[in-house]
Design a protein around this ligand. Structure first.
Ligand code: ADP
Length: 625
């Protein structure tokens, strides 16, 4: 007897056990999804065989690929059988006994205990097969690859499983569920019909119910996207979306197009409502499946959409690509390039339409995926203008309905003499609203956009302008800013404070570029601004945190508010050491207000405390006029 025919008892990998336990317990109220998962696996196995048969037609032979559902009331089993690719013994152990996916850890971490949400996660992380144990207290799999011995795999979903040789002679897999007493409803033909219609109607492989000696095909068995739009309801589209994404969530909008002519393909693109857990993973591939003439070729064909549209899901079925197309081939293919350009256009059309017809829905989309869409402004100059129109931003304008505005809204209400679009970047909206940089703008009634996504720093650096108006940071020393908010008092103060400014330059040498009288401050004593051509201070900070050199950093300019008592006191401080200490505190305060980090926090505290103590002994003068 060879080792292959012996029964082997094996333990599930620890993580598999944990997933199993969680799947069984968290999906109690969504039991029925097991059928969708197992039918979907059977369908995948059939598509894989169809694909393998391109190179080796003898594999397929004359078989029609089918998925069979066989309820057996006497045995209390439900069998899901397919004549797809099948599994060898090693594959059964590898695929059903371990979860060799890096996503598993995160799956475990993401489980919330909320059954509806967790049910949605199951498919996303590829633990679909284990859903069998929600309704079965024992699962037997018999499987055979065309070129290997058949295998039998069995488990009760506890810690172990058994593999042995099987008598099965036909290619494919059968999953036999020994149903729990309370789950016998899944033996009823009507229940099975209903579930297939709900979850699997759009599968291209026929699903046949074998019951009472009769066979009944339950689904349309036609690739969903090949059906004419007019035949399909919103519910149909949502149903296919669920199948495609394995998610319980809904799509917000979709675009279904058949293209004929020099290029022939069908695309069905979905805009999801909720974000996947790894949306911001830079390695994440765009979620579009590629089919060639209705044969499934690959999942996540990243070449079909740029990374900044990676939140889109869908299907592209091309008649022009070869069936044996590889990822390498996709990378330099004229057809793929043309399809990609068309899909970008379709997606932007879809977004513009949504923004036009359903402002609230668009805002929800934007709050979920806007930060990804913005990457397009940086990466895709050709689409920059279109994407810029789709931006929705916060601003200093009084709240209400205008809380999120477009650049067009901003430009539309700019006073005639305002030359630039002003923005301020900050780590949070609270930080932005409290920033000293806004004081002058507020005093003059000039609206400023508040940008708080990390990516905004890069966005403004690439966007430069909108409709001929340049984008200018409210925190920069640019001439536009100064002339917009300059007051005559500030100009006059420049002379009066000349000596103080020079002393400041010396006292803070190495920390600042220079000091000047601020055109913008009304309440705060000081603030820091970036030089006209330097990177913004926040950008510098982010680059530093990312361990990157900041060659264009430059030092900031310190602006002082001549009306502030602390600045007056600075001016009157003759003693060099006392001047230096106060100057340092004012600089450090400005840095903090900017969201920056102090080099010597303890020193700052000491200096501030000293000032407070001095202040107690010598109450500050009240400055009049
Ligand atoms: P996923 O389908 O997301 O990869 P599953 O847990 O559902 O995760 O299945 C694990 C693996 O087991 C599949 O990727 C596939 O390789 C294999 N498998 C499951 N069902 C079948 C089947 N009916 N025929 C062939 N292989 C299967």
């Amino acid at each position: 007897m060879s080792i292959d025919t012996q029964a082997e008892h094996k333990e599930f990998q620890a993580e598999t056990r944990e997933v199993l336990r969680l799947v069984i317990h968290s999906l109690y109220s969504h039991k029925e999804i097991f059928l969708r998962e197992l039918v979907s696996n059977a369908s995948d196995a059939c598509e894989k065989l169809r694909f393998a048969a391109i190179a080796r037609p003898e594999l397929l032979g004359t078989d029609e690929l089918t998925i069979r559902l066989i309820p057996d009331a006497a045995a209390a089993t439900l069998t899901i059988a397919d004549n797809g690719i099948g599994m060898s013994r090693e594959e059964a152990v590898e695929n059903l006994g371990t979860i060799a996916r890096s996503g598993t850890r995160r799956f475990l971490e993401t489980l919330s205990g909320d059954a509806a949400r967790d049910a949605q996660l199951i498919g996303q992380f590829g633990v679909g097969f284990y859903s069998a144990f929600i309704v079965a207290d024992r699962v037997t799999v018999q499987s055979k690859r065309a070129d290997a011995e058949a295998v039998r795999w069995e488990s009760d979903g506890g810690g172990t499983y058994e593999v042995s040789a099987s008598e099965k002679t036909q290619r494919g897999s059968e999953v036999i569920l020994h149903l729990r007493d309370e789950d016998k409803e899944f033996l009823e033909p009507e229940r099975l019909r209903q579930l297939v219609r709900r979850y699997s109607d759009h599968l291209a492989i026929p699903i046949v119910l074998e019951y009472d000696g009769k066979s009944e095909t339950l689904n349309q068995a036609k690739a969903f996207w090949t059906r004419p739009k007019g035949e399909l309801s919103d519910g149909d589209y949502q149903g296919f979306y669920k199948h495609l994404t394995h998610e319980e969530g809904e799509a917000r909008a979709w675009a279904h197009n058949k293209v004929e002519g020099s290029l022939e393909y069908t695309s069905l693109l979905y805009l999801p409502k909720s974000a996947p857990y790894d949306l911001f993973d830079r390695e994440r591939r765009a979620g579009v499946q590629l089919y060639v003439k209705r044969v499934f070729i690959m999942d996540k064909a990243a070449e079909l959409l740029p990374p900044w549209l990676r939140f889109m899901r869908g299907v592209v079925d091309s008649a022009d690509l070869p069936l044996n197309v590889s990822r390498e081939l996709l990378q330099n293919n004229r057809t793929v390039e043309k399809i990609r350009a068309a899909l970008i256009k379709r997606t932007l059309d879809l977004l513009e339409e949504l923004a036009g017809n359903d402002a609230e829905g668009y805002l929800q989309f934007y709050q979920t995926f806007g930060a990804v869409l913005k990457e397009g402004i940086i990466e895709d100059p050709a689409q920059r203008t279109r994407i810029a129109k789709l931006l929705r931003l916060r601003s200093t304008a009084e709240g209400g309905a205008s809380a999120w505005i477009s650049l067009a809204d901003y430009v539309g209400r700019m006073p005639a003499d305002q030359k630039a679009i002003y923005y301020l970047t900050a780590d949070s909206e609270t930080a932005a609203r409290g920033s000293p940089h806004l004081e002058g703008f507020r005093a003059k009634g000039i609206e400023v956009l508040l940008l708080t996504d990390r990516i905004d720093e890069w966005v403004v650096n690439h966007l430069h302008e909108y409709e001929g108006k340049s984008l200018v940071s409210a925190a920069s020393a640019a001439a536009e800013v100064t002339s917009a908010i300059q007051t005559p008092e500030a100009v006059a103060a420049e002379t009066a404070f000349q000596a103080t400014l020079e002393r400041l330059g010396k006292a803070l040498e190495g920390s600042i570029e220079s000091a000047r009288v601020s055109p913008r401050l009304t309440d705060s004593p000081t603030c820091l601004v970036a030089g006209e051509f330097g990177l913004s201070l926040r950008m510098n900070r982010m680059l530093k945190q990312a361990g990157q050199d900041t060659p264009f950093a430059g030092r900031p300019i310190l602006e002082i508010n001549p009306k502030h008592p602390l600045v007056q006191r600075l001016k009157d401080t003759a003693d060099t050491e006392a001047f230096g200490s106060l100057a340092r505190v004012l600089f450090e305060q400005a840095l903090l207000a900017e969201g920056g980090e102090l080099e010597d926090p303890a020193g700052f505290v000491r200096r501030v405390n000293q000032l407070i103590v001095e202040g107690l002994a010598d109450p500050p003068r009240i400055i009049v006029g």
